[in-house]
Write a protein that binds this ligand. Structure first.
Ligand SMILES: Nc1ncnc2c1ncn2[C@@H]1O[C@H](COP(=O)(O)OP(=O)(O)OP(=O)(O)O)[C@@H](O)[C@H]1O
Length: 951
């Protein structure tokens, strides 16, 4: 089938050939096309893109569409180029390598929504425009963010070009995940493998689009989990993995016991066995991953030493001495800590005697444990970055994957929720700016007048949180740094004083009568873009630390936003369908809540405010051209004009669309749906006609020649044999005939150069078939020539010369064809002569060939035994060791070597071949075809040979 590409462009001018090329594509992608067809057919549930929902978009219709699709296992839906994903909580067969190949390099909207389409689109644009991208994946805990980012990474690992060397990078990128998950993930009530940190990962690609390196940034690891876990939750996985999977010697060296129940930091949540977690197995995976991402045994010794130190720290108990100061009750843990963490010098912190009371001593112990773990996590990320780093300084493009906690609203929202929600507020702001910017840029690019889009800009809330001197974080800083004691009330008062008149800030004092009851005296409420959240502003000893963390977090968020701003965005919004991790259960209330907090309605409004649908003219025309006689089957002018004719024919009203430079913009989904419906009906009718035709053929085979069959056959034959397609329906049949022929031809192409068979084409394909035949034969000949050995090539060259000299001129030539020419005939020479020859040819004048001959005198009667020796430049007639005659090839002129069968010296003279040099030297030899061919080749004078027949 690939041979079809060899057809010269000029052939494509005829409509037949154009449709043949289209047909070819269908043939070539047959399997995928079928699969694609099946997929599309399956995905006719609701709308694949929310922008196509009925114009009065409500949260309810949004939810209905999401539910309808979810119940059919269609977990992905677009809002324009944003992907909404609902966690299926079960394995779906949509992540296979075949699926990856299906989405690879395919236009974004051509296939049903999928993560792979998002990944592929970012990758393709990156490769073609050589720019940077990021994919922002957000959603609440358990919604499927981490799974999504892993699937995208796998997609790149499978579909991007790679070399053996690059496979190491690829493996490191993939295997950094289990290590980070071991140290940064934990079982929570909402998710058995919950990421307790925000992650941004850059994948770097070289100019060929191969992944060559990476870099990870981590945000806000939840350190508090190290010392405390809520009921039913666990500490970070690594602690359990080490205890369950670590071998006996390692645990012994670390002073650890296998039973997690022995460690105070591991039993806070009283979490029973988790069935979805296999710590022992995960330990093996993590250990293997460590070796691939370049961790040495020394690194691991330090790392596990620190993990063990944290566990020992948690078991330290204090008691009061006579001065009311805390003293350590039992020194065992300290000894172990000093042993296993010695290389990291963690122990120094603890060995300082500190005059604290018991409460503060416990607090300090936990603070140290958290700090150690936090720093270890940062070290781990840096170390992984070292192994992913690409040292080569050539320019790379990147795709960043941002897996970050979504908006969080709990019963009690503390400082942590404040940071998380602030982060989401910033990311929403980024999304608005980038979407609107992109929208505006597209309008400008397309030459369409900018229409203001009504939307809520959440910049006002971001400012409320982060503005210098006036924002909540600055006020928190000031309050903690000022002299005197800061309390929750003094902080709240400061807030009321500085931001009290802000429309998105409320406290109990500022609230109206109705809302006052719902806010406590120590609370403040922010009206986020996604909804209201009431924060608990209780100040405690941790507060001053929170202030530093908030500022740090603000700064790292600013630099993250800067990183993202320089890249092209793609968005994935993950939704958790129910609280019980149950497949198939769609909890309306919970999902409505997320739709709101993920800002999906807001995004939809922004996306729909202008035009619901836009598509390149070529693609639009390609899909709908069959709906207008002027554009079907082929439109030969510019696509934009074709689309104009098409929509005029379809009766589009001016307010329903706009025509840009390269795209058509359709304002309302209903306009598009009407077009799509018409297209479907048309396709259906064509399908029926085709089925009818196929049925007729089948009946023909069964020899049931009914009246209907005959009519249809007549009809088909009529236009197949006609040179021009008359109407759109005809062309469908022509394409079918072409398809059938090419499919059959594919199985019947000649297998070798001697195979002369060729499938007879229908008359409309004669010209194409002739070209294909020529191409095919040329290819077979080329293939044959490539398989010829050097020796065989020399033989063939000699045979070609022999043919040129003797074919049709000399009897016996045809019989000799299959006898190979010898390299030389010296073996037939007598030993005495051979000896003489060796003497004579010292030094050798580039000896090429020798054969015994019989020399006759000019009268042709006296015969003498001689040797004919051919060298590079001359022929010698040799007797014993004496050169009797030397004939330079250069001296041979017209009729230089004549052939004659005239002499009759020996028993059956008519068959005896004689060689005559310019009439002077007359030789008789057995292998005349061989001798003359070699002579001609050496003398390079094949045209001087004359074959003389008769006397
Ligand atoms: N596409 C999917 N197919 C099948 N199961 C999935 C898919 N996405 C998520 N899950 C299931 O849901 C669980 C939670 O997903 P995941 O850990 O990705 O959530 P998350 O949004 O990253 O949560 P967190 O914020 O707590 O880290 C997974 O362990 C897996 O069992």
């Amino acid at each position: 089938v690939y041979v079809f590409y060899l057809i010269p462009a000029s052939c494509l001018l005829s409509p037949y050939h154009t449709s043949f090329v289209l047909q070819k594509e269908e043939v070539e992608d047959n399997t995928d096309a079928n699969m694609e067809g099946a997929l599309i057919a399956r995905d006719r549930v609701g709308v694949q893109d929310f922008v196509l929902l009925d114009s009065h978009t409500s949260e309810t219709s949004f939810l209905n569409n999401l539910r309808k699709r979810y119940q059919e296992n269609l977990i992905y839906t677009y809002i324009g180029t944003l992907l909404v994903s609902v966690n299926p909580y079960k394995e779906l067969d949509i992540y296979t390598v075949t699926q990856m190949q299906l989405y690879r390099g395919v236009n974004f909207f051509e296939l049903p929504p999928h993560l792979y389409a998002i990944a592929d689109n970012a990758y393709r644009v990156m490769c073609s425009e050589y720019n940077n991208h990021f994919i922002l994946i957000s959603g609440e805990s358990g919604a499927g963010k981490t799974e999504a980012s892993k699937k995208i990474l796998q997609y790149y690992a499978v579909t991007c070009p790679t070399t053996e060397q690059l496979q190491i990078v690829r493996d490191r990128l993939l295997l950094s995940n289990p290590v980070l998950e071991a140290f940064g993930n934990a079982k929570t009530l909402r998710n058995d493998n919950s990421s307790r940190f925000g992650k941004y990962m850059d994948i770097q690609f070289d100019f060929k689009g191969a992944p060559v390196g990476g870099h990870i940034l981590s945000y806000l690891i939840e350190k508090s989990r190290v010392v405390h876990q809520n009921h039913g939750e666990r500490n970070f996985h690594i602690f359990y993995q080490l205890l369950e999977g670590g071998d006996k010697d390692l645990l012994c060296w670390l002073g650890l016991e296998r039973n997690p129940q022995k460690y105070a930091y591991l039993i806070q949540g009283r979490c029973a066995k988790v069935f979805s977690i296999n710590d022992k197995n995960d330990w093996k995976i993590v250990r293997k991953a460590f070796s691939i991402i370049d961790f040495t045994e020394k690194d691991l010794e330090h790392l596990f030493g620190i993990v063990a130190s944290v566990l020992h720290l948690g078991n330290i108990q204090f008691e009061e001495d006579s001065n009311g100061h805390a003293i350590i009750r039992n020194g065992t843990q300290i000894k172990w800590i000093s042993k296993v963490s010695f290389p990291s010098q963690v122990v120094l912190v603890l060995q300082v005697l500190s005059p604290l009371n018991v409460d503060l001593a416990f607090y300090a112990r936990d603070a140290v444990a958290k700090a150690i773990y936090g720093r270890t996590f940062t070290w781990l990320v840096n170390k992984i970055n070292g192994s992913l780093a690409n040292k080569d300084s050539t320019r790379k493009t990147v795709i960043g994957l941002l897996d970050i906690y979504g908006f969080e609203v709990l019963d009690t929202n503390s400082f942590e929720q404040f940071c998380i929600n602030y982060c989401n507020e910033k990311l929403q702001q980024l999304l608005i700016e980038m979407t609107l910017k992109a929208e505006q840029e597209e309008y400008e690019l397309e030459g369409i007048e900018w229409e203001p889009i009504p939307y809520f800009n959440n910049k006002i809330i971001c400012d409320l949180v982060e503005q210098k001197h006036k924002g909540i974080i600055s006020i928190l800083d000031e309050e903690c740094l000022r002299p005197g004691e800061a309390t929750d009330l003094s902080f709240l008062e400061k807030l009321e004083e500085k931001v009290g008149d802000h429309a998105h800030f409320v406290t109990r004092k500022l609230a109206d009568q109705k809302t006052r009851k719902s806010i406590d005296w120590v609370d403040f409420r922010l009206l986020h873009y996604a909804g209201e959240v009431t924060y608990f502003a209780k100040l405690n000893k941790l507060f001053s630390m929170s202030s530093q963390v908030a500022t740090q977090f603000k700064n790292s968020l600013m630099s993250l936003i800067e990183i993202l701003m320089s890249k092209e965005p793609s968005y994935v919004r993950c939704i958790k369908p129910n609280e019980n991790k149950e497949p198939g259960k769609f909890d309306d209330f919970l999902i409505r809540h997320q739709v709101k907090y993920l800002g999906l309605m807001e995004h939809l409004r922004v996306r729909r405010a202008g035009f619901a649908y836009r598509r390149k003219y070529e693609l639009f025309l390609q899909r709908y051209k069959s709906l207008c006689p002027a554009t079907w089957p082929h439109w030969h002018g510019p696509a934009a004009e074709g689309v104009e004719r098409l929509i005029k024919h379809l009766g589009y009203k001016p307010e329903e669309y706009k025509l840009g430079r390269t795209k058509i913009f359709i304002r309302f989904p209903k306009t598009l749906f009407a077009t799509e419906d018409a297209f479907e009906i048309r396709k259906h009718l064509l399908g029926m006609l085709e089925a009818c035709w196929r049925g007729a053929l089948a009946r023909k085979e069964a020899k049931k020649r009914t009246w209907a069959v005959q009519i249809i056959r007549k009809f088909i034959n009529g236009f197949i044999n006609r040179k021009k397609p008359l109407c759109p329906e005809n062309i469908e049949f022509v394409r079918l005939v072409q398809y059938k022929y090419f499919m059959k031809l594919r199985d019947h192409v000649p297998k070798n150069v001697l195979d002369k068979s060729w499938l007879r084409p229908p008359s409309i394909l004669e010209e194409t078939s002739e070209m294909l035949k020529k191409i095919c034969i040329r290819n077979l000949v080329r293939k044959y020539c490539r398989g010829v050995t050097a020796e065989r090539k020399v033989q063939l060259q000699q045979k070609v010369v022999a043919s040129a000299v003797f074919r049709g001129k000399k009897e016996g030539y045809l019989q000799s064809i299959n006898q190979p020419f010898a390299d030389t005939r010296l073996s037939e020479y007598t030993p005495n002569l051979l000896k003489g020859l060796c003497q004579m040819l010292t030094p050798a004048p580039c000896f090429q060939y020798a054969t015994p001959v019989v020399k006759y005198d000019r009268n042709g009667f006296k015969a003498r035994e001689r040797l004919l020796v051919l060298t590079q430049s001359s022929a010698y007639v040799v007797e014993m060791a004496k050169i009797k005659q030397k004939i330079d090839y250069a001296t041979l002129k017209g009729n230089g070597v004549n052939w004659c069968g005239a002499f009759l010296p020996i028993s059956d003279p008519l068959t005896l071949p004689l060689l005559c040099f310019q009439g002077d030297v007359i030789l008789h030899c057995e292998h005349i075809f061989e001798v003359v061919s070699k002579l001609c080749m050496l003398a390079n004078k094949q045209n001087l040979v004359k074959v003389v027949q008769g006397r």
